[in-house]
Design a protein. Sequence first.
Length: 342
Amino acid sequence: MSVPVSIVKGGSTEERVAKALSLIDVESNLKMSYIPPTFFNKPAKFIEGMQLTKDSRILIKPNFVVVPANSPYAYSKGAYELTPAGCGKMGEGALTTREVVRGVLKTFYDLGFKNLVVGEAAGGCQTDLNYKHLGIYEIADEFDADIVDLNWEDSVKITIPKRAILDHIWVPRTVLEADLLVSVPAMKTYSLSLKNIGIGTLPGKYYGWNRGATFVHGLDKPIHDQLQFQRMGKENDQSIGLACEIVDVCTVNRSGLTIIDGTFVMDNNGNLHRPELIIAGFDPVATDAVAYTIMGFNPKRYVHMRMAEERGLGTTDLSKIEIRGESIEAVKMKIAASKSSD
């Protein structure tokens, strides 16, 4: 059975988001991605049969990892890392755009879902710096949505089933208790929705800001441990440790919907492209696979993608993916090859 992934190009940002979600019939096909620890050993059909309702809690997880270099907050105490050279004043190419966040909130709100929350755990800055700079508080007010900083949340220690590297993770309560986790990453050559959840939902008060623990060590050991420096070789040059961590976290913090913000894409030479795409799907692995293919990469070259498929989190096989909207070939890009696959 094929899984749907939509590709939409052109029009306003809000139109792209609404159309991409309409093409996969989001209102009828949403299922709860909230899987309490007691459900880990339940049959998949039991979990997948949990239909989302209008009062279900929907957590929208954007990608606001670092502060734009020309932000007024760039040199504040809480800004540990800045966006790369070439990004715009709103972090274009590195951060999820505020327009896509608004488009996602508006689409859900217009469909009758009113229990909405935006949550992020920035790894290169204190999260509220980007909330303020990007105007996220004001956007949330428009749709009566809550805003949370996952870095500071009360968290629950969850054991990883069938672990690859982590015995447990600390899960913020907002993530654990959400009925649907929506991953909304910026389209990048090195990370998409799986990494957005696999690293970006980890509370900073336990793991430290700057995930490599360059600046702050949290109460637990840094999420990027020494295994991050073990590499697969030239053809699969990715951190084994990081890939294991991403898949372990995504096994617990399961996203039920992925919306990739392809308004901008920065290549590895620092050139900023503007494809103006939205890519959406229920299967995070399949949706990421389509985005990597559009950028000219083989999804299977990414270690975490292969591991996620093996773990049963989704598929990288394009023959099992039903593309709706634009074809992959119609929007395919020429992006400078990545030095590392993650």
